[in-house]
Design a protein. Structure first.
Length: 670
């Protein structure tokens, strides 16, 4: 048996080789981790005798993943998604269990033995139905994050269903042993467990946010980044332990902890600190899952395994698609949602293992089902890659929505010529656009975060929703009329993919690229980048200076503008509209500055007052500083309006300041 150090070296070496090989084939790293676990596991080569240790560490990886997802879903957003969580989610789990039980119970015993390898009763059918209803929270959530689709329409529905599945595990963990023992009070046991879960969640969500903010404020005052990181880990694991002791899943507790921290101003720093732990440990989780696959079962009983793969995947796809349409979801979004949820899940393995331990499932049924669920996990990333193409092929509405999206982009770009294309409108892209705007340089930005696009567009900024890696999107954005293109996000593989499309469409177009990794600079230059500029704030300023030169602004004026921005301590670059995929490397003591667009209506208390009066009102209402950064009126935006500027109905006021300050200002405006 390998020592802990030797096991670590073997897993790291195999994972590195597998990830490199599969990335060359444009496959996600998750497939590499599953393959490593399958090949090195006890059912194949057998090098990993400490599989339980690997699985234990991997479960902590899933906990950190759910915590980071909780950071994206604050209480307000969760309330807006309750229809999908408790509507679509409950319908998906319930209908899947009912369909599986009905299908298996109605089969004659001879066909049951032929299909399953043994005869089963209705109790075993319920266990199989519960396992089939589960999808992989770890795999799907990670893919949603990597593909930046968590905030899309299908992403919200998928994650809502995953949340309900995690909740549904609680009664299933009680029901399966009760069914095996023949206990008649299982209804009471399930009811008590659900009541206990409801009380705990209500207490955490009701009293947690102020306690969490007070706790982290005390930590931040110590001015120790190490202490801050330790408290992030403590909060994550403490809430996971708390919910586990209450009979819930650790993942649910970590998700709640993330939601509570999302209500504070420390969300972005916490997200950055947790990422290394999450990614490494999550890789171990998928290695541990792969270890459960017995390749001999796959080869010896491959027809049965193939049947167990195809039937549940097809059944879940059809059920989710039908339910999504019943909830008035467009066909294209429904197809994407159904594909993302069609695979088996990690909680399915837990339920099957529990059913086996309680003698509900014979071994001849269990192993082929386990193998089929793992195979469904292996092929799931490949199916998800094709979901967009299938949605376009099978849904006329999807074509219409894509056409409307392109029409929106084209309508914004038609009036622009010799403009700068900004690909990615996070804090870097916004900072650069503000500097260009001050020099009257036309810009058009593309971004995939709908919340950010909606807020920034409401403030009068030239940004539209669109995928910059698609040829038709770039054509609609006027790539042939542009003077330069700037890739502002730190994602080298995506940047290289966009650059290939840009070079095909407009070979002479200068391309500027941002990167945080010096090793990627030469790779990006070799791909055709005119300039590669690192990092966020200084990077925004440098990208803007290059773009101004390419747009024809005199060099002396460029230098004066750069000196002016630096002299004013980067006033144009400090605030930004927050989105789901924002990253940060700021010091935790400094805090973040936010931008918030506030539209004034008839009943607003700000109407008829000037900028100076509003400033006094804000300072009276809140100890946190916030200021009016710009006012949008009749399509014209004025940056830093004068003190005697009187606000009117229909104005959109852009506030800049800390999260508490802009939130207090929005409340003050009415």
């Amino acid at each position: 048996m390998l020592s802990a150090l030797e096991l670590t070296l073997v897993l790291l070496t195999a994972s590195v080789i597998a990830v490199v090989a599969l990335r060359a084939l444009h496959l996600p790293p998750l497939v590499a981790y599953l393959a490593v676990g399958t090949i090195l596991g006890p059912h194949a080569i057998g090098l990993t005798g400490n599989a339980d240790q690997v699985h234990g560490l991997g479960e902590i990886g899933v906990v950190f993943l759910m915590f980071s997802l909780g950071l994206e879903f604050n209480l307000t957003k969760l309330k807006t998604m309750r229809r999908w969580v408790f509507g679509l989610g409950a319908a998906q789990v319930g209908s899947t269990v009912v369909a599986v039980v009905a299908l298996l119970v109605m089969l004659p015993p001879a066909i049951q033995i032929w299909m399953l390898g043994a005869e089963i009763d209705w109790r075993a059918a319920i266990a199989l139905g519960g396992a089939a209803a589960m999808s992989s929270t770890a795999l799907v959530s990670k893919l949603l994050t990597e593909k930046r689709e968590l905030e899309t329409e299908h992403g919200k529905r998928v994650f809502s269903v995953l949340l309900f599945q995690d909740l549904a595990v609680i009664p299933m963990l009680i029901l399966i042993p009760a069914l095996a023992s023949g206990s008649s009070d299982w209804v009471t046991q399930v009811g008590l467990a659900l009541a206990k879960a409801a009380v705990l969640l209500v207490l955490l969500l009701r009293f947690g946010p102020p306690l969490m903010r007070r706790w982290f404020n005390m930590v931040v005052k110590q001015r120790s980044h190490e202490l801050f990181t330790l408290n992030v880990l403590l909060a994550t694991l403490f809430f996971a332990w708390l919910t586990k002791k209450a009979g819930l899943s650790m993942e649910l507790g970590a998700f709640v902890a993330g939601m509570l921290i999302a209500e504070t101003e420390f969300r972005y720093q916490v997200e950055e600190d947790i990422k290394p732990f999450r990614d490494v440990l999550l890789g171990l989780f998928f290695v541990a899952v792969g270890m459960q696959l017995d390749l001999r079962v796959v080869f010896e009983a491959w027809p049965r395994v193939l049947l167990f793969v195809l039937v549940p995947v097809a059944l879940k796809f059809l059920l989710v698609l039908a339910l999504a349409r019943a909830f008035q979801t467009p066909t294209g979004t429904g197809i994407r949602t159904a594909v993302w949820l069609a695979q088996g899940g990690e909680f399915g393995f837990v339920l099957l293992s529990l059913a086996s331990d309680n003698k509900l499932l014979p071994p001849e049924v269990l192993q082929p089902v386990l193998a089929a669920m793992l195979v469904s996990l292996l092929i799931s990333p490949l199916l998800i890659e094709q979901s967009g193409k299938w949605a376009l092929r099978w849904s006329s509405q999807e074509w219409l929505q894509r056409s409307l999206q392109l029409q929106t982009i084209a309508s914004r770009s038609l009036a622009r010529s010799r403009h700068v294309l900004i690909l990615g409108y996070g804090r870097c892209g916004q900072g650069m656009a503000h500097v260009l705007e001050a020099e009257k340089v036309a810009t058009l930005a593309l971004d995939l975060d709908p919340d950010r696009v909606r807020q920034a567009a409401a403030a009068g900024e030239a940004v539209v929703y669109g995928d910059a890696s698609r040829r038709e999107t770039l054509l609609a954005a006027g790539v042939h009329r542009a003077q330069a293109a700037v890739i502002t996000f730190d994602d080298t593989p995506t940047a290289l993919r966009i650059m290939r499309v840009l070079k095909e469409l407009a070979p002479q177009l200068p391309i500027l690229v941002r990167t945080a990794h010096e090793l990627d600079s030469q790779k990006l230059r070799d791909a055709g980048a005119a300039e590669v500029v690192p990092e966020i704030v200084e990077g925004s300023l440098m990208l803007a200076s290059h773009a101004m030169v390419l747009a024809g602004v005199p060099s002396a004026q460029v230098q004066r503008r750069v000196a002016q921005v630096r002299g004013s301590r980067y006033q144009l670059l400090q605030g930004f509209f927050h989105g789901a995929d924002d990253d940060t490397s700021d010091q935790i003591e400094a805090g973040d500055r936010h931008l918030r667009a506030i539209e004034l209506h008839d009943a607003s208390s700000w109407v008829g007052r000037n900028v100076a009066e509003i400033g006094q009102l804000i300072r009276a209402d809140s100890e946190h500083g916030a200021r009016i950064a710009a006012v949008l009126r009749s399509g014209q935006r004025t940056i830093d309006p004068p003190a005697d500027w009187v606000l009117q109905v229909g104005d959109t006021v852009v506030m800049s300041g800390p999260l508490e300050g802009v939130s207090a200002a929005q409340a003050s405006a009415g």
